[in-house]
Design a protein around this ligand. Structure first.
Ligand SMILES: NC(=O)c1ccc[n+]([C@@H]2O[C@H](COP(=O)([O-])OP(=O)(O)OC[C@H]3O[C@@H](n4cnc5c(N)ncnc54)[C@H](OP(=O)(O)O)[C@@H]3O)[C@@H](O)[C@H]2O)c1
Length: 338
C-alpha cells in the first residue's frame, strides 16, 4: 500500500509517497481502507516541523480520516467488512478526563502514524460509525475540527439559545463552530479578513459579520452588537495575536475557548481584564470518542453538512497542504483516497 511519509526530515519537500507492507489486524483491531482525510492546520505544522520537532520520522501525517472496514481481528464483534467508519483523533481517549499519555501518545498524525495512507489498522474502540447522510470526505472533517468545535461549545460549556458566540476566522474549526452554535440557538458573530468569506458565513447563518482587517478593533463592533454587554463565548483560534481583542469582546463572566495560535503564541498581555471580568478561559484539545459520537448524532439529527472548500486527490496531498497554509479556504480542505 501507499502512504504519505515525512521521511528524510521535516519540510513539505520531504513529504513523499512511500510503499509500506499491507497491515493485518491483530486482536481487537480493525483494518480500514481509508477513503478520505481532511487537513488541519496542525498537519501543516507537523509536516514543517513546527508542531513537535521531536516527533520520530518517518511519520505518516493526517489527524482524521474515514473509510471502509476491510476485515476485523479476533475479538471484534462491533464491526464487519463494509462498515463505514471514522477514526478518533486520540485513539485511546474514549471519554471523560483522560491521562496525559492517553492523549499524547495516541494522537493520529503525530506521534503515531496518521490517516494519509491507503490502509490503516485501528483499535476497534477508536472507530465511530459515519452518519448515513455524510460522504467519506464530509465524515473525515469530524474527528479533529468538528470535535474541537463541539468540545468548545458542548463539552467545556453548554451554549444556551440566545447566547452570543463570536467565531474568529472562517477556517475548519471556526466554520464548524458557526454551524454548531446556530444549531444550539445562539446568535453568532463571525470575523474574517475577507468580505467574500463573510458573505458565505452569512449564508450559513451568521447573524453578524465583521471584517477584522478593516476593523482591527473588532471588539468594539461586538460590544455595539451586544448593547455593550459583550459576547458570552469566544472561539479563539488566533491565540496571542487576537486574545487582547477577545478579552475586550467577552462579557462579564463570559467564556473564551483557547483553541489555536494562528496569530502567534507569545505576546505581552494585560491579564487584568481576565480577573476584572471574571472571564473563564478554557484550553481545548480536540476531544474524546464520546465527543465524536455526540457531534455525529447532532449532525445527523439536524441534517447538518460539514463545509468543504475543496477536495484534492490523494496524490495531490502536498499541493493540498500548501493550499491550506495559504489560508484562502472557507471551512475544510479534504483529500480523497482512491
Ligand atoms: N486545540 C485543538 O484541539 C485544535 C484542534 C484543531 C485546530 N486547532 C488550532 O486551531 C487553529 C485553527 O485550525 P483550523 O484547522 O481551523 O485552521 P484553518 O482551517 O487553517 O484556519 C485558517 C483561518 O483562520 C483564520 N485566521 C487566521 N488568522 C486569524 C486572525 N488573526 N484572526 C482571526 N482569524 C484568523 C483565517 O480566516 P479568514 O481567512 O476568514 O480571515 C484563516 O483562513 C490552528 O491554530 C490549529 O492549530 C487546535
Amino acid at each position: 500500500m501507499k502512504s504519505f511519509e515525512i521521511g528524510a526530515g521535516f519540510g513539505l519537500d520531504n513529504l513523499k509517497l512511500a510503499d509500506r507492507a499491507d497491515p493485518t489486524p491483530g486482536h481487537g483491531e480493525v483494518l480500514v481502507r481509508m477513503r478520505a482525510a481532511s487537513l488541519n492546520f496542525r498537519d501543516y505544522l507537523t509536516v514543517i516541523g513546527q508542531y513537535n520537532p521531536r516527533y520520530k520520522l518517518p511519520l505518516v501525517p493526517g489527524s482524521d480520516g474515514a473509510g471502509e472496514v476491510v476485515s476485523v481481528g479476533p475479538g471484534v464483534d462491533e464491526w464487519k467488512p463494509g462498515d463505514r467508519v471514522m477514526s478518533c483523533f486520540a485513539l485511546d481517549w474514549i471519554s471523560g478526563i483522560p491521562g496525559l499519555k492517553q492523549v499524547r501518545n495516541s494522537s493520529l498524525g503525530g506521534p503515531i502514524d496518521g490517516t494519509l495512507t491507503e490502509q490503516r489498522v485501528f483499535p476497534s474502540r477508536s472507530l465511530v460509525a459515519i452518519p448515513d447522510a455524510l460522504s467519506f470526505e464530509e465524515a473525515a472533517t469530524l474527528p479533529c475540527a468538528g470535535v474541537t468545535a463541539w468540545s468548545a461549545l458542548a463539552t467545556e460549556t453548554q451554549i444556551l439559545p440566545g447566547q452570543v458566540v463570536v467565531v474568529l476566522g472562517t477556517g475548519g474549526v471556526s466554520i464548524f463552530a458557526l454551524q454548531f452554535a446556530k444549531m444550539m440557538g445562539a446568535t453568532v458573530i463571525v470575523t474574517s479578513s475577507s468580505n467574500e468569506k463573510l458573505e458565505k458565513a452569512r449564508a450559513l447563518g451568521a447573524d453578524h459579520i465583521i471584517n477584522y482587517r478593516d476593523k482591527p478593533q473588532w471588539a468594539k463592533e461586538v460590544r455595539k452588537i451586544t448593547s455593550m454587554e459583550g459576547a458570552d463565548h469566544i472561539i479563539e483560534v488566533g491565540g496571542a495575536g487576537t486574545l487582547e481583542e477577545s478579552l475586550k469582546a467577552v462579557k462579564f463572566f463570559g467564556h473564551i475557548s483557547l483553541i489555536g495560535i494562528l496569530a502567534g503564541n507569545a505576546k505581552d498581555l494585560n491579564l487584568l481584564p481576565i480577573l476584572m471580568q471574571n472571564v473563564r478561559m478554557q484550553g481545548v484539545l480536540v476531544g474524546s470518542r464520546n465527543a465524536l459520537e455526540q457531534s455525529a448524532r447532532a449532525i445527523d439529527a439536524h441534517k447538518m453538512k460539514p463545509i468543504i472548500d475543496r477536495t484534492f486527490s490523494f496524490v495531490e496531498t502536498v499541493s493540498a497542504i500548501r493550499y491550506l497554509a495559504e489560508g484562502k479556504h472557507f471551512g475544510k480542505v479534504c483529500i480523497s483516497i482512491p
